[in-house]
Design a protein around this ligand. Structure first.
Ligand code: AMP
Length: 281
């Protein structure tokens, strides 16, 4: 992979990397298309990274569809698929980690201890192997975006991070490889995540700025869908992931919930309030 990457760059071409865990859907393909538009050559990685799964999580049953994924990537004109084995990525005795302190304990990091340490370690390794000019990530994993951006800044990594919007099903459910776990009834109940976020967004559009009533309204949607277990519903600064008190300067509204045994996440990014923008006054 590194040989291929260096050959591309020797020709003066710009290389994009799209890191994935496979089981590809339109969300992943949106990243591939953005990469295609921004760079000359596109590499996608497919690696179900064991170090970002907790001991009681779904590593063993995580959906895998390598042949189909390769066909989809080929149709998008992706030049390179990097799909290393676990042994290749983690040689026996590997004990070195990349940890973004503090941020890694927030949002999903609170309920999935060690998750973001696994993410940042594998992403740093992918960056070193592939040496891309730009790497493409989805806003779907908002905490991951904040943590990877911080890692790149803190470690002076020579890669530009590009973040692409969340791709949703027609009814609003954020696309995810884990949606494949949902039975028909669960699939309907899963809509509560998006419904709660839209409710908050409407209140903000109607002028509400205080996090108190906004959170309460979002959490209330979950109370009405009692079969779905809320993990967190938080309104935070999108860079620091710290709670905010009001959303005038923009905020990330992030949610995680268990629909049956399946843990789903979703979020919306609120922009700075227009009425609070005093530029030109
Ligand atoms: P994953 O294979 O789940 O690790 O995801 C690989 C990349 O695709 C990550 O950067 C995700 O944020 C992104 N991604 C996953 N689902 C979506 C979606 N529905 N919309 C946009 N990006 C997504």
């Amino acid at each position: 992979m590194r040989g291929a990457s260096r050959a591309v760059r020797r020709e003066g071409k710009r290389l994009a990397l799209v890191p994935t865990m496979g089981a590809l859907h339109e969300g992943h393909l949106s990243l591939v298309r953005a990469a295609r538009a921004a760079c000359d050559v596109v590499a996608a990685s497919i690696f179900v990274n064991p170090t970002q799964f907790g001991p009681n999580e779904d590593l063993a049953k995580y959906p895998r569809s390598f042949e189909r994924d390769c066909e989809m990537l080929e149709r998008e004109g992706v030049e390179f698929v990097f799909a290393p084995s676990v042994e290749e990525m983690y040689p026996a005795g590997a004990v070195t980690w990349v940890t973004v302190e503090e941020l890694s304990g927030k949002l999903d990091g609170g309920s999935r201890p060690g998750h973001f340490r696994g993410v940042t370690t594998v992403v740093a390794k992918l960056f070193h192997i592939v040496e891309p000019d730009k790497a493409f990530f989805g806003q779907k994993d908002a905490a991951q975006v904040a943590i990877i951006r911080r890692m790149v800044r803190d470690l002076n990594l020579a890669v530009e991070i590009v973040v692409c919007p969340i791709v949703r099903e027609a009814d609003g459910l954020a696309m995810s490889s884990r949606n494949a776990y949902l039975g028909p009834e669960e699939r309907k109940r899963a809509l509560v995540l998006h419904r709660a976020l839209v409710r908050v967004q409407r209140m903000v559009e109607a002028g509400e700025r205080d996090v108190g009533p906004l959170s309460a309204a979002g959490i209330y949607e979950f109370a009405r869908e009692s079969s779905v277990r809320l993990d967190y519903f938080e309104i935070v600064n999108p860079d620091t992931l710290d709670p905010v008190e009001d959303v005038s300067r923009g905020a990330l509204v992030a949610v995680a919930a268990y629909v049956g045994a399946t843990r789903l996440i979703d979020n919306i990014l609120l922009g700075p309030a227009k009425s609070d923008n005093h530029e030109g006054h």
